[in-house]
Design a protein around this ligand. Structure first.
Ligand SMILES: [Zn+2]
Length: 81
């Protein structure tokens, strides 16, 4: 297993801080069930930039996005009180 990757956005070479399994799991959590073959690897900086573009494109308030709430959830939030 190689421990470096090339960023698909800026073409920089970076050291992997995760295993392929961890990456696949994280990607699934973020993006759902996109086939691994359709995914590209980008560096942290490019990822943040992409996330910011997605946030703006979808009109998600910065505060909600940073709080780590699921900004794409359309289901009602359960009311436990
Ligand atoms: Zn990059």
């Amino acid at each position: 297993m190689t421990d470096t990757y090339t960023c698909a956005a800026c073409s920089g070479t970076f050291t992997k801080g995760w295993s392929d399994e961890e990456q696949a799991a994280a990607a699934k959590e973020l993006f759902g069930t996109i086939p691994v073959t359709e995914m590209v690897t980008v560096c942290d900086d490019c990822f943040k930039e992409m996330e910011e573009r997605r946030r703006v494109a979808e009109g998600i308030p910065l505060e909600a996005f940073r709080d780590g709430r699921d900004p794409f959830a359309t289901r009602p939030i359960p009311n436990d009180e």
